[in-house]
Design a protein around this ligand. Structure first.
Ligand code: P6P
Length: 336
């Protein structure tokens, strides 16, 4: 069977779904940037890119050298193409303005350039998460600075989302709103090749992912639900569950896309000002779009994540996503 590369898939998608050429170009550029990030990550200690900068990002987190490098790779790859009105990143406080010497386009690109970076120095899978929005006409028509408000759109407005996972294989998982496709990087050809044509998250599961060390800080519905998971077949759920926690959202979500499961990062009492750890615009929204397109579900415990109206670029949100049956169960406990 002839191999379908990402480029061929996007061309065929254009014919069958009228995917705009600029969106096709955008995805190709992001994929190329992810190949470069994969290469830099794979060098490890040999590349002199492990360890931390002596800087913090807007989240107050110490920046890893690869966080900064990955951010720069995505900015440089995308700024000249004429397909973007602007960019936003976990690593930058403000929206990134397309330099005046380059034309602007209709799309906004929002990303976490290197998710899971706390795992970089211990050689555990990390990844890049990206979300694509249209730039609202009123913002796009202005030639002056693109304000943060242009990005503050609910996740239902995403036109594309995806992630690259830098693990034993480098893979790109992509949705354009018509299901989820998986591409594996053929390093000899230098191309992403379609290897997973229509991904579906199993509706039921016996595997959950959560950082148990935060248990004492959770709200009552989450305490109740996790207690039931841990009580196994003698408990009300009537089956034994397994647990995983990689602490790279990309890796945990990829496992769930591949074999099912439930990913949870609840809000907790450690910092009541933060309704969770994960960021809405460039972690929860793109991952929720992907999971829903694969038949799963994603809520913040109380509402569908994709329906949340953002109020700030770096706002945080609680996340429950994956196999539909378990997402609905734990969300139901929040209504009780
Ligand atoms: P904790 C990585 O820093 C991240 O943003 C997600 O990728 C991951 O799921 C989560 O934080 C891990 O958080 O508190 O377990 O280290």
């Amino acid at each position: 069977m002839s191999r379908v590369t990402l480029s061929r898939f996007l061309i065929e998608q254009t014919r069958s779904h009228n995917t705009p050429a600029d969106l096709r170009f955008l995805i190709e550029v992001v994929a190329r940037a992810c190949k470069r990030i994969s290469y830099e990550v794979s060098k490890g200690a040999l590349g002199g890119v492990l360890g931390s900068m002596d800087t913090e990002n807007v989240q107050g987190e110490v920046q890893k050298k690869l966080d900064v490098l990955s951010n720069e790779i995505l900015l440089e790859a995308n700024e000249w193409g004429g397909h973007l009105a602007g960019m936003a990143s976990e690593e930058m406080d403000k929206a990134y303005q397309i330099p005046g010497k380059y034309p602007k386009g209709a799309y906004l690109l929002v990303f976490d350039p290197l998710d899971g970076s706390s795992n970089i120095d211990v050689n555990v899978s990390v990844g890049t998460i990206f979300s694509v929005l249209r730039c609202p006409d009123e913002c796009f028509s202005q030639n002056d600075t693109l304000g943060e408000e242009a990005f503050l759109q609910p996740g239902t407005r995403q036109v594309a989302a995806g992630y690259a996972i830098y693990g034993p294989q480098t893979m790109l998982m992509l949705t354009l709103g018509d299901g989820v496709k998986g591409f594996t990087l053929d390093r000899e050809m230098g191309s992403f090749v379609l290897t997973h044509d229509s991904i579906q998250v199993p509706s039921s599961t016996a595997e959950f992912a959560i950082n148990m060390s935060n248990q004492r800080h959770w709200e009552a519905p989450v305490q109740r639900y996790v207690d039931e998971l841990l009580s196994g077949e003698e408990g009300p759920l009537g089956k034994n569950y397994n647990m995983r926690w990689i602490a790279s959202m990309v890796a945990d979500v990829h496992r769930i896309l591949t074999r099912g499961g439930l990913f949870m990062y609840p809000r907790d009492a450690r910092d009541p000002s933060k309704p969770g750890k994960l960021r809405l615009m460039y972690e929860a929204n793109p991952m929720s779009f992907i999971i829903e397109q694969a038949g799963g579900a994603a809520t913040d415990g109380r509402q569908r994540i994709l329906d949340i109206e953002p109020t700030s670029l770096h706002q945080r949100v609680a996340v429950f996503l994956g196999s539909r049956e378990e997402v609905e169960r734990v969300t139901g406990y929040h209504q009780a």
